[in-house]
Write a protein that binds this ligand. Structure first.
Ligand code: NAD
Length: 711
């Protein structure tokens, strides 16, 4: 017997077990829209009438269970009560699922996140496949909300309160092995065996003993002293991680603990109320925006997504960047040859690639071994004939790079993409080394490659659309977010960052102490202050970039050459333990007392709250000023994609601009062009032309226009 509404299908098996599919085979992505949830509810009623021996819930294919609720709804909710009702309606349906008088199991293959994970938590059991696409978890707090379909109430009952908080507060998703280890699923099997194994679990349901919740979790749940202990610990940790900028994690903590104290029914009610409160916050709107920007950046390479499954890569240069890039290839199971002229560099690269793979503890040993085998090293200058993507990461020297490309162009097929990871050289000029340069592109990874999520794809004068799309698709496949930028000095990220860093130096020269300037940036939500950032990057690198920017843009980008002066005094930043800060062996940093003397500066002045406002404005509005200029000059964005979105994504992913502020242009709109203009003019009066508002800001102020508005 079977039934199919288009959104949900139901089929009874000979064993008496019913299989309910959340989507049909043509669906690549299953979202729990209002319509699908409605169909799901109707299907549950129908299944109940069939009196089956059990129910298996599956997704439509091996790589999709469901991605959860429809996130686009979040942006439109402005009334907390409406948000609360949305949560309640989902909760009611999952309550019905959990109350069915026969055992139920979610047989998960592919993503099962957010609302879908909450659906699975309302089942008696969960089982999953070992497909690489299988992930299970609750990422809601990353969107500024909390799991509102019962997740904060049911997860602690399945995995214990400590693990539940670990997942919910950080918005984590788990791989199959991790899900098994914590008892979220009862077994991990191959996709081929998933249904059969799920059915066996159901038919033996009465004999299956749930993995016991650890005693300590049961004690925490039961006694008020246990709950206050865990609240204190978790609050402390959250404060350290989020600095109080994100309301969702502490609210989710509250919901979990409230449910432990007051029971499921009251807990669900509370959870729905809190979801309503969070969903209207500016932080939630900004974070949801960032989510959509990341999704949009994935669409840049969509047309080549299939083609890049057959990538055979070569990375030339096995230094800091080359080793990091090759490591990404291997981690994504893409075959890559790493080439260098220095055998020791190759050995170091191989060791670091293996170390990175060892860190993927959610993989089995044989899986790790298979990934490690993807990366090989080579000292000679040949490339395998099947090579179709080359990334160059040798010394930052135009002649060296040109020579290398003119040699390699003869050794690869005509459609092999040739990419350079240069951070400052002209991609267009470098492309002249290969004659016909449609397949030449910049692929600018950031350091450390493993951690930094952004890749700037630089379009040279002749770079073809195919090359851009392939590079974007590969970037996605490597787990990074691509943005497409023009071949201008500093590209986008270093270009908008320079006025910010120059503003910091200028403020310092006017008597504001380094620690207060850095503190102001931290208070705004930046991950570190500008001086600390310079030390992390390396003052030698910063001095070099500063020179390139001054050469490229003239007076307006010329900063005080403090980085260079410190390098001349032997201070290169964190790499040699001394920069603006002194670093001790354990990595702790203290502003050096020697800086003023080296830079010939007098006494610093004590800083008031008003000064902190001035400092914050000087830093952040400098960033905004340049970002608007880049927007108006068409520095970012490719055909069909919105430049403003790419700039905002770049500031968050490349600079660490606070995600809860939604990107620099989004932030600019929250202040308004007119206010931005006035504040910049005030800074200009006080500190000079560095702060002159860009004409695009002045004109938007006059016309009362937004930065994010389409022109
Ligand atoms: P690095 O000095 O750590 O490594 C460069 C490697 O290239 C060395 O191992 C060297 O032996 C090798 N090499 C030099 N010439 C070669 C040749 N002809 N053939 C093969 N190998 C050769 O440098 P890095 O920091 O990894 O930087 C590499 C590139 O990435 C540069 O263009 C740099 O501007 C860019 N980049 C660096 C950073 C960063 O922060 N380090 C960030 C973004 C981009």
């Amino acid at each position: 017997m079977s039934h199919n509404t288009g959104l949900i299908s139901v089929e009874q098996r000979a064993s008496g077990v019913v299989v309910l599919s959340l989507g049909n085979a043509e669906e690549n992505v299953v979202t729990l829209t209002e319509k699908r949830l409605f169909a799901f509810r109707a299907a549950l009623a129908q299944v109940k009438d069939m009196r089956p021996r059990g129910l298996i819930i599956i997704g439509p294919g091996p790589d999709m269970f469901s991605v959860g609720a429809d996130i686009s709804v979040i942006q439109s909710v402005t009334d907390p009560l409406f948000g609360e009702q949305l949560a309640q309606s989902g909760q009611e349906i999952f309550d019905e699922l959990s109350a069915l008088p026969f055992p139920t199991i979610a047989a998960i293959s592919g993503p099962c996140v957010g609302g879908a994970c909450e659906l699975s938590l309302a089942c008696s059991f969960r089982i999953c496949s070992d497909r690489p696409s299988t992930i299970i978890g609750l990422p809601e707090t990353k969107l500024g909300i909390l799991p509102g379909f019962g997740g904060t109430q049911r997860l602690p009952k399945v995995v214990g309160v400590r693990k539940a908080l670990d997942i919910i507060l950080a918005g984590k998703t788990l791989r199959p092995k991790q899900a098994l280890d914590c008892g979220l699923v009862v077994d991990v099997v191959s996709f081929d065996r998933l249904r059969e194994r799920a059915e066996a679990v159901l038919l033996k349901a009465s004999t299956i003993v749930d993995r016991p919740i650890p005693l300590i979790d049961r004690l925490i749940a039961k006694y008020s002293f246990g709950r206050s202990y865990i609240r204190k610990q978790a609050t402390k940790q959250l404060q350290r991680q989020t600095k109080g900028f994100y309301p969702a994690p502490p609210t989710a903590l509250d919901c979990v603990l409230y449910g432990l104290e007051h029971g499921l029914t009251n807990g669900l009610k509370y959870e729905a109320q809190q979801l309503g409160r969070l969903i209207v916050t500016p932080e939630c709107k900004a974070l949801t925006r960032i989510f959509f920007l990341t999704e949009a950046s994935k669409s840049l390479g969509k047309a080549a997504a299939k083609a890049v499954r057959e990538i055979h890569g070569v990375v030339i240069g096995a230094g800091t960047m080359g080793a990091g890039i090759a490591s990404l290839f291997a981690q994504k199971k893409i075959r890559v040859v790493v080439r260098d002229t220095d055998a020791a560099a190759l050995l170091r690269a191989k060791a670091s690639i293996e170390k990175n793979i060892d860190r993927l503890t959610y993989l089995r040993e044989d899986e790790q071994k298979a990934l490690k085998a993807c990366a090989t090293t080579s000292l000679d200058d040949q490339v395998p004939p099947e090579t179709n993507f080359v990334v160059e990461a040798v010394f930052e020297n135009m002649d060296v790079k040109k020579k290398l490309f003119s040699d390699i162009k003869n050794k690869v097929s005509d459609d092999c993409v040739l990419a350079t990871n240069t951070s400052s050289l002209s991609v267009t000029e470098m492309a002249t080394s290969i004659g016909s340069s449609e397949r030449f592109v910049g692929m600018h990874f950031f350091n450390p490659v493993e951690k930094m999520p952004l890749v700037e794809i630089i379009r040279g004068k002749e770079t073809s659309e195919r090359t851009l799309v392939w590079t974007a698709a590969l970037t996605n496949r490597l787990g990074k977010f691509p943005i497409v930028v023009e071949d201008v000095p500093g590209f986008l990220v270093n270009r908008v960052l320079t006025p910010y860093l120059n503003a910091a130096a200028l403020l310092f020269s006017k008597g504001y102490p380094i620690q207060d300037i850095d503190k102001a940036a931290l208070r705004f939500g930046m991950p570190m202050g500008p001086f600390r950032l310079l030390d992390e990057v390396g003052l030698d690198v910063a001095a070099h970039v500063g020179e390139i920017m001054a050469n490229g843009y003239g007076e307006r980008m010329k900063g005080l050459d403090y980085a260079k002066q410190l390098v001349d005094a032997g201070r290169k930043g964190k790499k040699n333990g001394h920069g603006f800060y002194d670093f001790n062996k354990s990595g702790e940093a203290k502003v050096s007392t020697k800086i003023n003397k080296i830079l010939n500066l007098g006494e610093m002045q004590p800083v008031t709250d008003k000064d902190t406002e001035t400092i914050t404005d000087a830093l952040i509005l400098s960033l905004l000023n340049e970002a608007v200029r880049c927007l108006d000059e068409g520095v970012a964005g490719s055909a069909g994609s919105e430049a403003a979105s790419q700039i905002d994504l770049a500031t968050v992913m490349g600079i660490g601009f606070p995600p809860f502020r939604g990107g620099i242009l989004y932030y600019g709109d929250s202040i308004g062009a007119s206010e931005v203009k006035q504040r910049l003019q005030k800074l200009e009066e006080r500190f000079g032309s560095t702060f002159s508002p860009w004409q695009g800001i002045v004109s938007r102020a006059q016309q009362d226009k937004k930065f994010l508005a389409n022109k």
